[in-house]
Design a binder for this molecule. Structure first.
Ligand code: HEC
Length: 153
């Protein structure tokens, strides 16, 4: 093997080794740093306002995970009504007791909602109390207005 030939073979080899070496150095250097960042992240989340450890945290009367109001029957509703769809669909609908009862019946007949047993009363009471039909328009009708007379010229 003459000198020229061996150069042709070894140059690419050395290049590849050099690249591998650089990659290795970068990997080793960033490894511990990445681990540190992860550790910082997990310690931060313990202090954050959204506590992952308590999925049923209540803040300002609102069940944070679902957005439902915290009154009697909340957890019955959470447990029976939020597994197929979000609570959003509940809060967007406002109904009387009869309305909620027939929505539940409709879901039981067509959407595989299970028999709610004695929880049904609890759920309907909760829904009709917190999400009743909106009777008001965009604003209340004005009362006791002092109309002024337009002067005719
Ligand atoms: C077994 C699954 C399931 C469960 C549990 C369930 N639903 Fe539903 N519900 C559905 C499906 C499916 C729809 C239709 C969703 C759609 O149209 O995107 C629906 C729709 C609705 C709607 C909208 C009805 C409309 O007229 O558009 C309301 C309100 C509702 N559900 C309330 C509830 C309440 C309250 C409970 C608890 C008693 C509940 N859901 C539990 C499956 C379920």
């Amino acid at each position: 093997m003459n000198k020229e030939k061996s150069k042709k073979i070894f140059r690419p080899l050395i290049l590849v080794l050099a690249i591998l070496g650089i990659v290795l150095v970068v990997y080793i250097n960033s490894g511990p740093k990445l681990a540190q960042i992860n550790m910082e992240d997990s310690s931060n989340s313990k202090n954050s306002s959204y506590d992952l450890e308590d999925p049923n945290r209540i803040e300002n009367g609102i069940h944070l995970r679902t957005g439902l109001k915290d009154t009697t029957g909340l957890m019955t509703v959470v447990n029976n009504c939020t597994s197929c769809h979000s609570a959003e669909i509940i809060m967007q609908n406002r109904m009387s007791k009869e309305g909620w009862a027939s929505t539940i019946k409709w879901m039981q007949e067509t959407q595989n909602l299970w028999d709610l047993g004695e929880n049904e009363v609890v759920i309907i009471n909760y829904l009709a109390t917190n999400y009743p039909p909106t009777k008001k328009g965009r604003r209340e009708v004005l009362k006791d207005i002092n109309w002024y007379k337009l002067e005719e010229k």
